[in-house]
Write a protein that binds this ligand. Structure first.
Ligand SMILES: [Mg+2]
Length: 347
């Protein structure tokens, strides 16, 4: 079997509505844009696809570099191709999501050819997983508490805050939400890299006092040392290495630093399933959890295949809250029983 066509199918998308923000100061929901499907076709007529939100960038890279690398290749040779992409990264400094787009399309193709779900190709660890509600930023503490109540009524088992990025306000919210939901609901906080060390400490101590499950990305992830210092000075478990580049090679240094209780793994940011499984297994060897990042069908399959993840991240972007269709009324996500990733089964 070999790849005989490499196509990029552009898709024009309207702005996301209702618009939302992750935190103050950070670009929020996507404006009108051009996304794309990467479509790989074999000489047997088997098709593998992956979605990329930045279609123009993907098309440029496919046209200049990736098509010639993939044409004629055996799609089962995912390891060979994965390392070829990293060779390209040395020259192109690829956006962190691009290696994942190629790899996910290959996993979709091969599992489709075999007639099995993508998670089965990876090795199924479970058949369903609880979802946590991953909020965007709402206007007031009262609105956050109202959203949390709705999330729990809709079946979500845990709640993660993305909040304003104002250390004083966010710390007060962290405390107020714990008081609102009681002691038994797992809570997490995601800073979207909004703080310096002093502000990260202030919010981290509030998370520790309120028994938050994890404290995620309070600072940019360029400096591992700053996270080591944070871990030394406050007592909440840190979740690290979501956006840092370099897949498992980079995660290894985060783990070695000792700051991590959780690491992120991600089809989008760690080089598809091939990179994300490496990250997960690396973390497992040190007794760490590798929590799967982000919503969508590829994240569902990854969460089924990673033994040391505990939740699926389901975005809650509106008030009134609308439960993501992938999440059942019992708050559990289960993969569609179709070959490949089965993109169409989730649309
Ligand atoms: Mg995050």
């Amino acid at each position: 079997m070999k790849i005989v066509r490499v196509d990029v199918e552009m898709v024009e998308l309207p702005a996301v509505t209702p618009a939302f923000r992750w935190r103050d100061g950070l670009p929020g929901s996507e404006p009108a844009r051009t996304g794309a499907w990467l479509r790989l076709t074999t000489d047997d007529g088997v098709v593998g696809r992956a979605w990329c939100v930045r279609g123009v960038i993907l098309a440029d890279l496919v046209n200049r570099r990736l098509r010639q690398e993939l044409l004629g290749a055996d799609p089962f040779a995912r390891e060979t191709l994965w390392h070829r992409i990293w060779e390209m990264d040395r020259i192109e400094e690829l956006p962190v999501y691009v290696p994942g787009v190629v790899d996910v399309a290959l996993w979709d193709l091969v599992s489709t050819a075999l007639g099995i779900p993508a998670h089965a190709l990876a090795g199924t660890a479970r058949t369903g997983i609880e979802a946590y509600a991953s909020t965007v930023t709402f206007d007031t503490v009262e609105e956050f508490c109202d959203v949390a109540t709705q999330c729990l009524e809709l079946g979500y088992k845990a709640i993660k805050l993305h909040a304003w990025g104002d250390a004083r306000r966010d710390a007060a919210l962290v405390t107020a939400l714990r008081e609102h939901v009681g002691d038994d609901v797992p809570l997490m906080y995601d800073g979207s890299a909004g703080f310096d060390l002093a502000d990260a400490l202030h919010v981290g101590r509030a998370c520790a006092d309120a028994d938050y499950l994890w404290y995620e990305e309070p600072m940019r992830e360029a400096s591992i040392t700053s996270y080591e210092w944070l871990a030394e000075r406050c007592d909440v478990p840190l979740l690290v290495a979501e956006t840092s580049d370099g897949a498992h090679w980079n995660t290894a240094d985060w783990i070695r630093s000792g700051c991590a209780t959780y690491v992120r793994t991600s089809a989008m940011f760690k080089g598809g399933f091939t990179g994300a499984l490496r990250v997960a297994h690396l973390a497992e060897s040190f007794g760490l959890r590798a929590e799967v990042h982000g919503s969508g069908p590829e994240s569902v399959h990854l969460a089924m295949a990673v033994p040391n993840t505990t939740y699926y991240e389901s975005l809650v972007t509106s008030n009134p809250v609308v439960r993501e269709p992938l999440v059942g009324a019992d708050g559990v996500v289960r993969p569609a029983d179709v070959p490949g990733i089965g993109w169409d089964a989730y649309l």
